[in-house]
Design a protein around this ligand. Structure first.
Ligand SMILES: Cc1ncc(COP(=O)(O)O)c(C=O)c1O
Length: 410
C-alpha cells in the first residue's frame, strides 16, 4: 500500500467534510480513529456479498464469512507478533476484554487477601472490572503511583510486588498523558517474582511498534476501532497456559464441546471465550485496518512528521499563560501525540464547545480516567490526540482557534 503524508488523507473520506460550514479538524483520535477506504469497502462488501453466520453452517456464504473472520484474527496475530504459546481472542472491545480477563482470571487465580496491581493512570476499563472481581473474592486492588511527570517509578513499582500480588495490569500508554510506560522492565520485575502481567494496549498499539514477544507480557488487550477497524472489535491476546486454566466468561453458542443438562464441556481456545455471534463483518476488517496501520508504522517519514507536529504543539501550548500540560516526561521520546491540558480560568467543556463551533473535535472532561485526571485538575482536562493523517496546517489552525477561544472566555 502506498502511504505517504500527501495521499494519506484521501484514504479517509470523513476528513473531507465540513462542520458548521468550517473545515473539519479531527483531534479526538484517542477516542476512536477514522476509517480508511479499505475498511469501509470490505465492511460494505461483506454485507452485500458474504453475509452469513460464521463457524456454524456448511453453506458457501458461511464458509466465506468464516474465512474473512479468521483472516482478521490472523492479521492481528501478525501485527502484534503473537507467539505459538499465545492465543488471539476476538472480543467486542478493550472493555469487553478486560471484563473477560478480570472475571475469569480472578475466579481461577485470585483469592481472599490477594492483590491485583494497576497504575493510577488507568482507563476505567482497566480499573472497574478489577474492582468488581476483587470484591467478589475479597481481594485488594492496589494502585501503582504516578509521578508528577506522569511516569511510573520502577523502584516504587518493585516495592509493591509482594507475595500476595497475583497480577499486574497496566497501560502501555495512558489515554490522558500519552506517556509510554516501561512495560518491558515492569514485566521483567514482575516475572522475577512469578507474577503475570496484562497490558492495556488500547493506545499503545496505535503509537508503538507493538510486539508482544518483545514486551514479554502474559496478556495484551486493545480495541480495533482505535486502530482503523470498525467499532465493536477488541482483542484479548493471552498465554495459552493461563487461558486454558481460566473458566469461560460468557456461555452460549460456539463456545461449547458437548452440552447436556448434567454437564457442558467447552470448545478449545480461542472459541471457549467467543460465545455467541460476534461482530464478524467488523472483525474481518482487522485485515485492511492493520495492513494500513502496518504501512504507517513502517513509514519513518510519516512518523517523523507526526512527532514534529506534536513537538510544535507542546512548545506552543507551553507558551500560553496559565496553561498546564498533564504529564510531561523529560525525555519526550516517551510521549506519543496525546496531549491533555488545563487552562486557569477556562473550563475544558467550554473550550471544547467553542472549538467544536470552529470545526475542531477535541475531548474534554475526565476521559474515563477519573482518579488520574483529578490529580491534575478538578474540572477535567482538554485532550488533543493525533494520528498520521493530521497535518501541521491543522495544528496551526487549532492554536489560532484556541487563542480566540481563550480570549472569549477570558
Ligand atoms: C487506554 C484505554 N484503555 C481502554 C479503553 C477502552 O476501550 P473501549 O471503549 O474501546 O472498550 C480506552 C478507550 O478510550 C483506552 O484509551
Amino acid at each position: 500500500m502506498d502511504v505517504n503524508g500527501h495521499n494519506i488523507r484521501k484514504e479517509f473520506p470523513v476528513l473531507g467534510r465540513e462542520v458548521y460550514g468550517k473545515r473539519f479538524v479531527y483531534f479526538d483520535n484517542a477516542a476512536t480513529s477514522q476509517k480508511p477506504t479499505g475498511v469501509l469497502e470490505l465492511h460494505d462488501r461483506i454485507y452485500r456479498e458474504s453475509n452469513a453466520n460464521i463457524h456454524r453452517a456448511v453453506h458457501r456464504l458461511s464458509a466465506e464469512a468464516t474465512d474473512l473472520y479468521e483472516k482478521g484474527r490472523s492479521a492481528v496475530a501478525e501485527f502484534i507478533n503473537a507467539q505459538p504459546d499465545g492465543c488471539v481472542i476476538i472480543t467486542s472491545g478493550a472493555t469487553a476484554s478486560f471484563n473477560l480477563l478480570a472475571h475469569s482470571f480472578v475466579q481461577r487465580f485470585v483469592g481472599n487477601g490477594d492483590k491485583i496491581l494497576v497504575s493510577e493512570a488507568e482507563h476505567h476499563s482497566n480499573l472497574v472490572p478489577w474492582q468488581l472481581a476483587c470484591e467478589r473474592v475479597g481481594a485488594e486492588l492496589v494502585a501503582i503511583p504516578i509521578e508528577e511527570s506522569g511516569e511510573i517509578s520502577l523502584d516504587k513499582f518493585e516495592s509493591l510486588l509482594d507475595s500476595r500480588v497475583k497480577l499486574v495490569s497496566v497501560a502501555q500508554v495512558s489515554n490522558v498523558l500519552g506517556i509510554v510506560n516501561p512495560i518491558k522492565e515492569m514485566v521483567a520485575l514482575a516475572h522475577a517474582k512469578g507474577i503475570p502481567v496484562a497490558v492495556d494496549g488500547a493506545q499503545g498499539v496505535v503509537h508503538s511498534d507493538c510486539d508482544v514477544a518483545e514486551l514479554g507480557c502474559d496478556f495484551y488487550i486493545f480495541s480495533g476501532h482505535k486502530i482503523y477497524a470498525p467499532a465493536g472489535t477488541g482483542i484479548l491476546y493471552g498465554k495459552r497456559a493461563l487461558l486454558e486454566e481460566m473458566p469461560p466468561f460468557f456461555g452460549g453458542g460456539d463456545m461449547v464441546g458437548t452440552v447436556t443438562f448434567e454437564k457442558t464441556t467447552y470448545a478449545p481456545l480461542p472459541l471457549k471465550f467467543e460465545a455467541g455471534t460476534p461482530n464478524f463483518p467488523a472483525a474481518a476488517c482487522y485485515a485492511p485496518a492493520l495492513e494500513f496501520a502496518d504501512a504507517v508504522r513502517k513509514n519513518a517519514a510519516l512518523r517523523a512528521e507526526e512527532r514534529c507536529i506534536m513537538m510544535f504543539l507542546v512548545e506552543r501550548l507551553l507558551k500560553i499563560d496559565g496553561l498546564h500540560i498533564a504529564g510531561l516526561p523529560k525525555d519526550m521520546e516517551k510521549k506519543v501525540p496525546v496531549i491533555s491540558f488545563s487552562v486557569e480560568g477556562a473550563h475544558p467543556e467550554d473550550m471544547a464547545l467553542i472549538l467544536d463551533k470552529m470545526g475542531i473535535a477535541v475531548r474534554s472532561g475526565l476521559m474515563c480516567a477519573e482518579p488520574l485526571v483529578r490529580k491534575y485538575s478538578e474540572n477535567g482536562l482538554l485532550r488533543i490526540s493525533l494520528l498520521p493523517y493530521n497535518t501541521m496546517d491543522e495544528a496551526e489552525y487549532f492554536l489560532e482557534c484556541l487563542d480566540r477561544t481563550l480570549k472569549m472566555l477570558g
